[in-house]
Design a protein around this ligand. Structure first.
Ligand SMILES: C[S@@+](CC[C@H](N)C(=O)[O-])C[C@H]1O[C@@H](n2cnc3c(N)ncnc32)[C@H](O)[C@@H]1O
Length: 188
């Protein structure tokens, strides 16, 4: 069980515009996003990915930003307001063991879980909850930092996602960044 949670001061570093120089959110996420989509950014922190996602989904789309720490979400909303994106953002505080998604069943076209699975207490229940919110045909992208998450631990996360019902579309990480793309394909 993970006992480390990213502190708020690191949230400021993660949201730094300098990060875009080596980790471009538009380049990374645009293959998965279309206008009008409902997207969930879970473990969003201060919105390094959420704000570009809000640009990408356009005025008819929505980005639901879920995080454990209210301070992260407050800063995210402040940044969204400055960029005139607040109307596309819904910020939700969750608990460590519950993502507060009971009303979101089968609604998300795309879920991003970036650098968060290694912080959750129970990856299987976290992924099960995400399976419930993804629409049939919708996708989940799990990204983990190679420095914190071994290849073996990432494989265990991939296996847990498959056990929840997700189908693997890509498992394409590098040593620095471990990444897997899943789809929810319900049996008819
Ligand atoms: C390392 S940061 C990653 C932030 C962002 N996704 C990024 O890649 O820049 C991890 C974030 O996940 C949040 N977090 C940790 N445990 C969580 C949980 N059980 N449920 C939801 N969010 C959680 C932390 O509060 C923190 O903001």
């Amino acid at each position: 069980m993970a006992d480390h949670v990213c502190p708020v001061w690191v949230g400021y570093l993660l949201a730094s515009p300098l990060r875009k120089l080596f980790d471009n959110p538009v380049k990374r996420l645009s293959p998965y996003i279309s206008k009008g989509m409902t997207v969930i950014d879970v473990g969003c922190a201060m919105g390094f990915f959420s704000l570009p996602l809000a640009e990408m989904v356009g005025p008819d789309g929505k980005v639901i930003c879920i995080d454990l720490q209210e301070k992260m979400l407050q800063r995210l909303c402040r940044n969204a307001k400055k960029k005139n994106l607040l109307s596309r953002i819904e910020a939700r505080v969750c608990r460590r063991d519950n993502l507060n998604t009971a009303d979101l069943g089968n609604t998300a076209d795309f879920v991003l879980a970036a650098a968060v699975v290694h912080e959750v207490p129970d990856a299987a229940s976290f992924l099960t909850e995400l399976y419930g919110v993804v629409k049939d045909g919708g996708k989940l992208l799990v990204v983990e930092p190679g420095g914190h998450v071994s290849e073996q631990d990432f494989s265990a996360t991939v296996d847990a996602a498959v056990k929840c019902g997700f189908t693997i579309l890509e498992n394409s990480g590098t040593r620095r960044r471990r990444q897997a793309l899943f789809q929810k394909i319900s049996e008819k």
